[in-house]
Design a protein around this ligand. Structure first.
Ligand SMILES: Nc1ncnc2c1ncn2[C@@H]1O[C@H](COP(=O)(O)OP(=O)(O)O)[C@@H](O)[C@H]1O
Ligand SMILES: Nc1ccn([C@@H]2O[C@H](COP(=O)(O)OP(=O)(O)O)[C@@H](O)[C@H]2O)c(=O)n1
Length: 237
C-alpha cells in the first residue's frame, strides 16, 4: 500500500501522515525534511543558495539519510542529526530555491523511490510532487488544502523566535507561507500540483483528528479495492 499525501505548507500533511502511518502500521517518509536537510547542508558548507549553478554542482555531495518510523522520523546529512536545524527560519527561507534546482530534485526523487520500494509493508509519503512525479502509481493520492489564514495560524503556533518566545507576527507568517507556495507552484521541475486522480480534502474547518480519520478511511477503502482487484487481475491472466 503506497499512499501519497501532497499539499501546500500548513495543511496538515506531516501530522496527518505520521498519525495515519502509525495507526495502520505503515512506514512514513517526510520528503520536505529531505529538501530541508540538503538545504541545511548547503548553508553549512558555503554553497551560495542564490546561485542555481552552485546548488546543482553540490547536489550530489551530501549523504541524506531518512528514517521511516512514523513515531521517530529521523533525518541526517553527512551523519549529522538534522531534525532540529532543518526547522529554522534560515532553512525555511532558502529551501524553495534549493528544491527548484533539477539536479537536487533528481537526486532526492531517486532516494524517495528507493525508500518507497524498500518499504515492503507499505508507506505514507508526504510532500509536494509525490502523486504527480515521485510515485505516480500510488494506491491512494490525497491532496490537502486549507485557507491561507488557517495555515498561517497553525504555523505561527509552532514558530519560536531566537530567544524562545512565540512568533506573534501572523501577517508576516502568512506572507512568507504564500511566497513559498508561489515559488513551489511555479517552478519548472515538478511543481506543487494536485494529481488528476488525487482526492482533495479541505482541512480549513476540520480538526486534525477529523482529517486523520478521513484519510484512514480513504486508505482502508483503497486497500480493500486493491485486495478485491487482485484475484480478478490474476484470473484475467
Ligand atoms: N486540521 C487541523 N486543525 C488545526 N491544526 C492543525 C490541523 N492540521 C494540522 N494542524 C497543526 O498545524 C501545524 C502544521 O501542520 P503540519 O502537519 O506540520 O502541516 P504541513 O506538513 O502540511 O506543513 C501543526 O502544528 C499541526 O499540529
Ligand atoms: N516533495 C517535496 C517536498 C518538499 N519540497 C520543498 O521543501 C520545502 C519544505 O517542505 P516541508 O514539507 O518541510 O514544508 P512545510 O509544509 O512543513 O512547511 C517546500 O517548501 C518545497 O520547496 C519539494 O519541493 N518537494
Amino acid at each position: 500500500m503506497i499512499v501519497a499525501i501532497d499539499g501546500p505548507s500548513g495543511t496538515g500533511k506531516s501530522s496527518t501522515s505520521k498519525a495515519v502511518a502509525a495507526q495502520l502500521g505503515l512506514s512514513y517518509l517526510d520528503t520536505g525534511a529531505q529538501y530541508r536537510a540538503i538545504t541545511w547542508w548547503m548553508l553549512n558548507n558555503g554553497v551560495d543558495v542564490s546561485d542555481p549553478a552552485a546548488i546543482a554542482a553540490a547536489a550530489g555531495k551530501p549523504s541524506i539519510v531518512s528514517g521511516t518510523d512514523p513515531r521517530d522520523p529521523a533525518i541526517s546529512a553527512d551523519g549529522l542529526d538534522a531534525s532540529g536545524p532543518i526547522r529554522t527560519q534560515e532553512v525555511t527561507a532558502a529551501v524553495s530555491a534549493v528544491s527548484a534546482v533539477p539536479e537536487v530534485r533528481a537526486r532526492i526523487t531517486e532516494l524517495q523511490r528507493t525508500i518507497a520500494a524498500e518499504a515492503v509493508g507499505g508507506i505514507v509519503v508526504e510532500g509536494r510532487d509525490i502523486g504527480t512525479t515521485v510515485l505516480p502509481h500510488a494506491d491512494l493520492k490525497v491532496f490537502l488544502t486549507a485557507s491561507p489564514e488557517a495555515r498561517a495560524a497553525r504555523r505561527s503556533g509552532e514558530l519560536k523566535t531566537a530567544d524562545g518566545k512565540p512568533v506573534t507576527d501572523l501577517a508576516g507568517t502568512q506572507q512568507a507561507l504564500i511566497a513559498r507556495d508561489k515559488a513551489d507552484s511555479s517552478r519548472k521541475t515538478s511543481p506543487l500540483k494536485k494529481a488528476d486522480d488525487a482526492v482533495e480534502v479541505d482541512t480549513t474547518e476540520l480538526t486534525l483528528e477529523q482529517v486523520i480519520e478521513c484519510v484512514v478511511t480513504l486508505v482502508e477503502k483503497a486497500a480493500a479495492d486493491k485486495a478485491a482487484a487482485g484475484p480478478m487481475e490474476k484470473a484475467a491472466r
